[in-house]
Design a protein around this ligand. Structure first.
Ligand SMILES: Cc1cc2nc3c(=O)[nH]c(=O)nc-3n(C[C@H](O)[C@H](O)[C@H](O)COP(=O)(O)O)c2cc1C
Length: 209
C-alpha cells in the first residue's frame, strides 16, 4: 500500500498513524489550572528533544476546536510535569484519559496520588517512578495540535528503579502505546552497540554524535 495521507478522511489518517508509528512512549502530563485544579492526562505524541538542556516535546490535539485542559493549563501557567507510565499504573492512566470537565481532577477520578514538585506548581504523580518537572520553552502550532516543548528543571527517579545511576528498564516496567487499544511492555530487551566508523567514510568529528 502506498498512500497519500491527505487523501483519506481524518479519522482513518489518525487510526493509520497510530498503528504505523509504534511504539510510542506515553507522557502522562500533570498540570494545574488557573483555578488550582490538578489535571493529569496521557499523550503518546511525545518525544525526547534534547538532553542538555533536557527538553521533552508533547503534542496535544484540540478537542471540538478548543484546547484540551492540559494544553490550556500549560498555556496559562507555562509549567507541566511529564510522568512515566508503568504497568502498575496503566489502568489509572487509561481512566485519566477520559473526557472529564475542567473542574474535575483526574487525580481523584483515577485514584492517583499527588506528590509535591520542587520547582513547578503542578504535582507529580506519586505512583510514577520517573517525573520530569518542566517549564514551557515554546509552544508550536501544527494543524489542530499544539506541540509543547518543556525544559526539565528537575528529574525525579525513584531509587528502586535505578541501577548504577540510570533507569533500569527491567525494574521500571514502562509501557508504550501501539495502534487502537493496544499497548506494549518493555521487558523483551536486546542489545546492539553502534558501529565505530573510521577512515574516509567516517563523519568529521564535528558531525559525529
Ligand atoms: C495512551 C493514550 C495516549 C494519548 N495520546 C494523545 C496525544 O498524543 N494527543 C492528544 O491530543 N490526546 C491523546 N490522548 C487523549 C487524551 O489523553 C484525552 O483527550 C484527555 O481527555 C485529555 O485530557 P485533558 O482535557 O485533561 O487535557 C491519549 C489517550 C491515551 C489513553
Amino acid at each position: 500500500m502506498i498512500l497519500d495521507p491527505a487523501s483519506v478522511p481524518e479519522r482513518q489518517a489518525y487510526r493509520l498513524m497510530i498503528s504505523a508509528f509504534i511504539p510510542r512512549p506515553i507522557a502522562f502530563v500533570s498540570t494545574v489550572s488557573r483555578d488550582g485544579v490538578d489535571n493529569c492526562a496521557p499523550f503518546s505524541y511525545s518525544m525526547g528533544v534534547s538532553s542538555h538542556p533536557m527538553v521533552l516535546g508533547v503534542s496535544i490535539g484540540d478537542r471540538d476546536a478548543l484546547p484540551k485542559d492540559t494544553a490550556r493549563n500549560i498555556l496559562d501557567t507555562r509549567e507541566f510535569v511529564v510522568n512515566l507510565v508503568t504497568e502498575e499504573i496503566a489502568e489509572k492512566m487509561n481512566l485519566a484519559s477520559g473526557d472529564f470537565a475542567s473542574q474535575v481532577s483526574e487525580f481523584d477520578e483515577a485514584g492517583l496520588s499527588r506528590a509535591p514538585s520542587e520547582v513547578v506548581r503542578p504535582p507529580r504523580i506519586a505512583e510514577s517512578p520517573v517525573n520530569f518537572e518542566c517549564r514551557l520553552l515554546r509552544a508550536v502550532r501544527v494543524a489542530d495540535n499544539t506541540v509543547f516543548f518543556g525544559e526539565t528543571l528537575r528529574l525525579h527517579v525513584d531509587d528502586r528503579v535505578l541501577t548504577d545511576g540510570l533507569v533500569d528498564v527491567q525494574k521500571v516496567r514502562a509501557i508504550g502505546r501501539l495502534g487502537g487499544p493496544r499497548y506494549c511492555r518493555t521487558r523483551d530487551v536486546f542489545e546492539m552497540v553502534r558501529p565505530k566508523i573510521t577512515g574516509p567514510k567516517a563523519a568529521r568529528p564535528t558531525e559525529a554524535r
